[in-house]
Write a protein of this length. Structure first.
Length: 215
């Protein structure tokens, strides 16, 4: 090996060491993003309804969600409609507001929605605001207090019903697993019951003496 080859070999080893050190410094930080986070009832509910809402959107021409605004507030294209779920009193609307973020979940009373089957879904509101893990409309200023309370009651009842139903399903699944485990415990292990290697019963000296005395 010539002197130049030896020098190149040393530089190669040095480069590999530097790369390994850099990876060791970066990798632990990157692994934090791969940690699994527990999903609660709300997270499961969001995931399941988002999937169903996306499927229900197939064949529907609606693309954008438009907030009408009012005289002192501008109308706007709030985001792209990513899914729809129709309920008896409220609609679950999943709205894609940013490309790199998951869609938000909005619960909207049916009375506020217009042109559901058109190219744009129009909602009479001034945007949306978060409540917990979902969003509700920001009502226009001309909406009376009684109507606002009525809409809020519809929304909260709708969300509470969905959460309770999800809890009932989870409890039923846990009960089924618990029953299965209990039944398996109740089964008799005949090998233990019929064992012949138990310690025989032996009378003590006092017991033998008492029996001879009685005879």
């Amino acid at each position: 090996m010539t002197q130049d080859d030896y020098t190149l070999f040393l530089f190669a080893i040095l480069g590999i060491w530097i790369i390994a050190q850099a990876v060791s410094l970066i990798w632990p930080k990157g692994r934090k993003h791969l940690m699994e986070r527990p999903v609660d009832v709300h997270g499961t509910l969001y995931k399941n309804r988002k999937r169903a809402a996306r499927r229900n959107l197939r064949g529907v021409g609606v693309k954008w969600l438009i907030c009408t605004g009012e005289a002192d507030y501008y109308d706007m294209r709030y985001g792209k409609v990513a899914g729809l779920l129709s309920g008896p009193h409220c609609e679950d609307v999943f709205i894609k507001t940013e490309r790199a973020r998951p869609p938000i979940w909005a619960i909207v009373p049916k009375e506020l929605m217009r042109d559901k089957h058109g190219s744009n879904l129009v909602i009479e509101c001034n945007g949306f605001e978060p409540i917990g893990n979902f969003f509700v409309p920001v009502y226009c200023s001309d909406t009376s207090k009684e109507v606002v309370e009525y809409y809020n009651d519809l929304i909260m009842r709708h969300e509470a019903h969905l959460v309770q139903r999800e809890k009932d399903v989870e409890l039923a699944e846990q009960g089924a697993h618990a029953m299965k485990d209990a039944l398996s415990v109740k089964s008799v292990n005949t090998n233990i019951r019929d064992r012949q290697d138990s310690v025989p019963v032996v009378q003590s000296k006092e017991e033998r003496y008492d029996e001879r005395a009685i005879d």
